[in-house]
Design a protein around this ligand. Structure first.
Ligand SMILES: *Cc1c(COP(=O)(O)O)cnc(C)c1O
Length: 435
């Protein structure tokens, strides 16, 4: 479900042509569709309606302030994993009592800031962190609401190793057998240990993995309550899939939601507040990357299109081996949703590699990809990169990070200025003095 489609041979983002955006703002350029973001929140709300969850959007998937502001206006809370993300969420207008804070390495400074703002809850990842939260809350004269992030030793076979977080060999969460004593009433003086959190990986294509995780949570809740503890919040994390390939069913969220809600029904009926932390399910298919062809060079075996965007702009192919659909924004005769147009087999296609300008062998978006014939200056769209695109971009090779724009119907707004080389150097200039 998105608003990227070809109208008379030209890719449009809602009502605006992608080529005009490339001309106006330059490339590489991240472009987001406001209506797609709204639609995804609505789809999640509908899929999970039986348990009426608080939707805490995962800021790390795409943390632009304007994206966060739009989602706050759709009623989303925020899931943050650092003090920096907490400040982002607050700057975008998120209410502190809708913010949950995960991450294995929370600093004392970040914990203090979160307590001073009065966030909804910490998702504590270790006994040591819990002790630190308790101590800092004591110093500040505050009470800390804490969920324990459990490591239930549940891993989805289809989730890539690099993003599986629920297995026993990962650094995440508290091993399930260690959790029970931490809920004992009176164990901490300033921390209310009143929630359970799991986040099993990204993405998790199979609802059965959530079900397995929730079963362990139910058992734990039963044990905690039998010992006089109190749990008011169950947070099942994120990892709800986005659609990366043309032959994907667009967001099979309704089915996933139905199965997960059925498993959560008991906890919900007993008054537990349910929290979900979707990132990519909201942002991935709401964004694309526009890049220009710098050169088409001839390699040993085939042509290689060199783009002005690389692993510094979009890291997922190099980091995860992720596959993204790539297609020219101008394709005479193309009409309709990008999914049905991009990667057509009927055109006179040429097999090329699509690579970036960075001096790394791994700086490749696609190998041996059939594409319409490309020439210098052509603008390409890399689809489904609203999540973990800009948020993982770097300045490697001293290339500033790209601009970001938001399209809403006919309206276009630059929501992040392109970084200049002066921006990059500004943090170093002072160091030259006196040498
Ligand atoms: C990254 C992350 C998410 C979001 O994952 P998606 O795959 O983008 O949905 C949710 N919760 C936590 C704790 C995370 O670290």
């Amino acid at each position: 479900m998105d608003h990227f489609s070809y109208i008379d041979g030209a890719l449009h983002v809602e009502a605006v042509s992608a080529h005009s955006l490339a001309q106006r703002f330059g490339t590489p350029l991240y472009v987001y569709s406001a209506q797609t973001l709204r639609d995804h929140v609505a789809a999640l709300r509908q899929a999970f309606a039986p348990v009426a969850p608080l939707i805490c959007y995962s800021v790390k998937s795409c943390g632009n302030l304007s994206v966060l502001q739009l989602l706050v206006r759709q009623g989303c809370g925020m899931d943050v994993v650092s003090g920096g993300e907490l400040q982002r969420a607050l700057a975008a207008g998120a209410a502190p009592d809708t913010i949950v804070f995960a991450g294995v390495g929370k600093s004392a400074h970040d914990i203090r800031m979160a307590l001073e703002h009065g966030i909804l809850m910490f998702n504590a990842e270790s006994e040591a962190e819990l002790a630190r939260i308790d101590a800092i809350a004591g110093q500040l004269g505050k009470r800390a609401r804490v969920a324990l992030r459990i490591n239930p030793d549940v891993a989805d076979a289809a989730t890539p190793d690099k993003t599986a977080t629920g297995g026993r060999h990962t650094k995440f969460g508290i091993p399930l057998p260690r959790a029970l004593p931490l809920y004992r009433p009176g164990r901490y003086s300033h921390a209310d240990v009143c929630g359970v959190h799991i986040h099993l990986g990204s993405p998790i294509p199979d609802a059965a993995t959530y079900v397995a995780g929730i079963r362990r949570v139910e058992q734990l809740v039963g044990q905690v309550e039998a010992e006089g503890g109190r749990i008011d919040t169950v947070n099942i994390g994120g990892g709800f899939p986005a659609s990366y390939a043309t032959d994907d069913a667009p967001l099979p969220l309704a089915d996933t939601g139905r199965v997960i809600c059925a498993q959560l029904a008991g906890l919900h009926a007993r008054g537990k507040r349910i929290v979900i932390e979707p990132g990519r399910a909201i942002s991935a298919n709401a964004g694309l990357l526009l890049a220009s062809v710098e050169y088409v060079k001839q390699g040993w075996d085939r042509g290689i299109a060199i783009l002005d965007a690389g692993m510094n702009t979009l890291l997922r192919p190099a980091m995860y081996g992720a596959r993204h659909v790539i297609w020219p924004v101008a394709d005479a005769g193309a009409r309709g949703a990008w999914r049905t147009v991009a990667e057509r087999r009927d055109a006179a296609l040429q097999v090329v590699d699509v690579a970036g300008p960075i001096c790394e062998t791994g700086d490749v978006f696609a190998l041996a990809r059939p594409l319409p014939p490309l020439t210098e200056g052509d603008v390409l769209a890399v689809f489904s990169c609203g999540a973990y695109g800009m948020s993982m971009a770097s300045q490697y090779n001293s290339r500033g990070r790209p601009a970001e724009v938001m399209v809403d119907g006919l309206q276009v707004r630059e929501i992040r200025a392109r970084e200049t080389v002066a921006d990059l150097l500004s943090h170093e200039i002072a160091g030259l003095r006196g040498l």
